[in-house]
Ligand binder design. Structure first.
Ligand SMILES: O=C(O)CCC(=O)C(=O)O
Length: 255
């Protein structure tokens, strides 16, 4: 359970850094698995979500290895998600993003899903799993603390500096939970090595999933899920079927 000061940091700043969260064997397996998938999927990698110039992406990861179903249902992370969104939340997507070596472009500032908090409060929360050290040179994520409280979006396409921005650095194995209404974005990578991360992204139950898990997961993946994983993935949630199936089908992602 996050303590009082962690909860306050999430509330006030909009993010919480959990150093050393991922045990070394799990970190090694995650790195191995994402590299294998990038090799296997080639130019199709990320296509269930989107391609991004200057970065490799993977999407629909829960269907691509049992370890991924484990990481979206980690009780300590879920407690943080619940603190931000409330008890009615679900996974929206699990993606990987690797900033390419010598990628000169920072991502535009954004809130995930272009989400603005509504009358019920916050409805998106992300967890960023560092698979490599995040350093000032290699494309660490920048954030504007407290911007989740402003209830507006940054100017579209802006990649410049913003007052009060902070770069979130940390060692591989760190997880950063962030209120995804907070303005943020990946930065340029000035090194010769990639910078890899997973994004386990959650949303409130009354919103569609970014990737409709029940439609994308193979029957054997669904059959192997624990009760907690089924709940987090909204497998037995008829309201989610109604909300999310249409968006996923429209995007052409449904298998
Ligand atoms: O990987 C990162 O540093 C952040 C990426 C991000 O914010 C996004 O792709 O929406």
């Amino acid at each position: 359970m996050p303590g009082e000061s962690e909860r306050r940091q999430l509330d006030e700043l909009g993010y919480l850094v959990l150093p050393g969260f991922v045990p070394s064997p799990m970190l090694a397996e995650l790195r191995e698995r994402v590299e294998m998938l990038w090799a296997q999927e080639g130019s199709e990698a990320g296509s269930e979500f989107r391609h991004e110039p200057g970065a490799r992406r993977l999407a629909n990861l829960v269907d691509k290895g049992a370890i991924f179903a484990d990481i979206v249902a980690m009780p300590e992370i879920l407690e943080c998600i619940e603190h931000v969104i409330g008890p009615g939340y679900k996974l929206s997507s699990l993606n990987a993003r690797s900033t390419n070596p010598n990628n000169a472009e920072s991502q535009p500032w954004h809130a995930d899903s272009g989400a603005i908090a509504d009358e019920r409060g916050y409805w998106v929360c992300n967890s960023l799993w560092m698979l490599d050290d995040f350093t000032p040179e290699n494309g660490a994520t920048r954030m504007v603390p407290r911007s989740h409280t402003w209830r507006r979006l940054p100017e579209a396409g802006n990649t410049g500096s913003l007052p009060g921005e902070e770069l979130v650095t940390g060692e591989a194995g760190t997880v950063v939970v962030m209120n995804a209404h907070m303005w943020h974005g990946g930065t340029a990578n000035r090194t010769g090595r990639c910078r890899r991360a997973l994004h386990a992204f959650y949303t409130r139950n009354d919103k569609p999933q970014q990737q409709y898990q029940k439609g994308l997961l193979r029957p054997e993946t669904i059959a192997a899920l624990t009760p907690l994983q089924r709940r987090v993935l909204a497998i037995d949630d008829a309201e989610n079927d109604r909300l999310s199936a249409a968006t996923t089908r429209m995007s052409g992602f449904l298998k």
